[in-house]
Write a protein that binds this ligand. Structure first.
Ligand code: SAH
Length: 258
């Protein structure tokens, strides 16, 4: 069934409103008419089955038939912190990460970052990334849109590490490739140390094309991160976050099966 996300203020107690591009898409492309049913979510906590009352390309009014459970959200809230990559690779990370089940994304600056960051373009970029997250969340039948945080400096990222239950720093250095800890070991060691947390917050830190410096790895460790390898092959920056996220959600029992 078709799904739409609306802003919280468009989601009333008994009615919802769909406006803008979504209304246009629903009427012009999906041929939505009164009596049709679809699913609407406020992107945070509320999801409902609704029935259309009025449909024009600029606004759709619909009444709530029943509230639904948000059962497509992973138990683990995994945030991907991605050192800003070249060109449109961040879009790929956001699109695929959202499909797989990422909770949020934090673009950040690191020493070996290759791109020249243009602060003037930041607002536009976040707007575009948020749109990609929204569309991917709709497509993936999620009930929550991952948040795209503003660009963090390395220092800000290290400071925010304290807010997470588990922080993993993906480190490609050779020593770590051959002998280092992988995600499974890191998760098991962490789980054996703590009392069960029902919705753990996990931060997965990924370097850009240039990788990380030893200093950054040491600082991340000092901030509480566990250095992990993702296997013996070097993954491209846009692959590493997607793979790390998948491994984490697999370990949490999220990816189907018993
Ligand atoms: N330029 C680096 C590779 C960077 S890969 C080099 O040639 O060594 C980009 C980022 O992806 C890395 O900083 C790391 O965070 C992650 N990554 C890629 N492959 C990895 C692996 N096998 N183990 C852990 N992290 C990896």
């Amino acid at each position: 069934m078709q799904r739409y996300f609306v802003a919280a203020e468009q989601f009333g107690d008994s009615k919802v409103r769909i406006v803008g591009e979504d209304a246009h898409h629903a009427v012009r492309v999906m041929r939505t008419k009164p009596g049709d049913k679809f699913i609407v979510s406020d992107g945070q906590s509320r999801t409902a089955l609704v029935s259309v009352l009025e449909a024009t390309p600029s606004i759709i009014k619909a009444e709530i038939v029943e509230m639904m459970d948000n059962d497509s959200e992973p138990e683990w809230a995994v945030t991907i912190a991605q050192s800003l990559p070249k060109a449109d690779k961040m879009e790929l990370v956001i699109q695929k990460g959202t499909e797989i089940g990422a909770f949020a994304f934090i673009p950040f600056q690191s020493e070996r970052m290759i791109v020249q960051y243009d602060a003037k373009k930041e607002a536009k970029r976040i707007e575009r990334w948020s749109k990609i997250a929204k569309e991917a969340a709709e497509q993936a039948h999620r009930s929550r849109i991952p948040v795209i945080e503003p660009l963090h400096s390395w220092r800000e990222l290290m400071k925010s590490a304290a807010e997470y239950d588990l922080v993993l720093f993906c480190y490609e250095r050779e020593g770590h490739l051959a002998h280092g800890r992988g995600i499974r070991t890191a998760v098991q060691q962490w789980a054996s140390r703590i009392d069960a947390v029902s919705n753990p917050k996990v931060l997965l830190i990924v370097g850009s094309e240039g990788g990380f410096t030893d200093r950054e790895a040491a600082e991340a460790e000092a901030a509480g991160a566990v250095l992990v390898g993702l296997g013996r092959r070097i993954l491209r920056t846009e692959t590493a976050g997607i793979v790390g996220l998948t491994c984490l959600l697999y370990e949490s029992g999220e990816m189907g099966g018993a």
